[in-house]
Design a protein around this ligand. Sequence first.
Ligand code: RIB
Ligand code: CA
Length: 287
Amino acid sequence: MDVDTGTDDAVAIMFAALHPDIDLVAITTVNGNVPLEQTTDNTLRVLEWIGRGDIPVYAGMNMQIARQDFPAPRAKRRDPKVHMPVLPLPEPKGSRQATSAPQFLVDAFGTEPGMTLVAVAPMSNLATAIALDPAFVGNVVELVIMGGGIFRSNMTASAEFNVWADPEATAVVFSAGFSKITLIPLDATHQARVSLAQCAALRELDTPASKVAAEVIEFRIHGYQLNALAGEVPDSAPVRDALCIAALLEPSVIDLRRVNVVVETVGEYTIGATVIDHAFLTKREPN
Ligand code: RIB
Ligand code: CA
């Protein structure tokens, strides 16, 4: 998994790390919801809290591959009402691995073909791995990404955060020739909301993972309520990154269409917009 932990990343990590049908080999971290140091620290906290400190964590890119302008001056980082800078968990005892995330990705997929990569963060690590070794692309069986939107956006009027934060990296990934990319857009995550009642049920399980999942999801629900938009479902919130793990385990939770997706990198108002040819209006090949 490539993450920028992050409240929903934390839930996705726990889901994958504890599910018996998933062998979570490693986690790579990147600049995103919070700076790299903090996404890495938060990831270590989550893993140790649930007794999976054995899963190695590799830190990667602390900024975008081409731009110098994130977070300032384009915009602030993710909404602090939805993402906590520091997760409410004990300080980690362990530390990151010495190898950089992009190098680890190249090495790991090169020696162990057949693995799936789940990317729920800006794609700076992935694009850098491709630049280090283009053969990396052919070694990934499936790339599952939380990113983009068809009719929804959450960073600008046209862009979703993971794509917007490093649009050039996203463009590299979308055009790299991966054999299978499953893109889970904002639209899908809004149909997979978790409610306050479900948080209460989670808390009743009384496990380390269930308690922290309940806490961070309730935090998200509260944040979404503060930001309330007309038409939002009350007392619930999408837990976006976790839907990628759910879809891996149970493909029937999502509907897939093979379409072409490109990302806007030069628009005056549309940097980071995913242009999804859902009506097959172009001659661009599905990617
Ligand atoms: O836009 C939602 C995405 O941005 C999620 O991955 C969230 O964790 C943030 O990275
Ligand atoms: Ca994320």
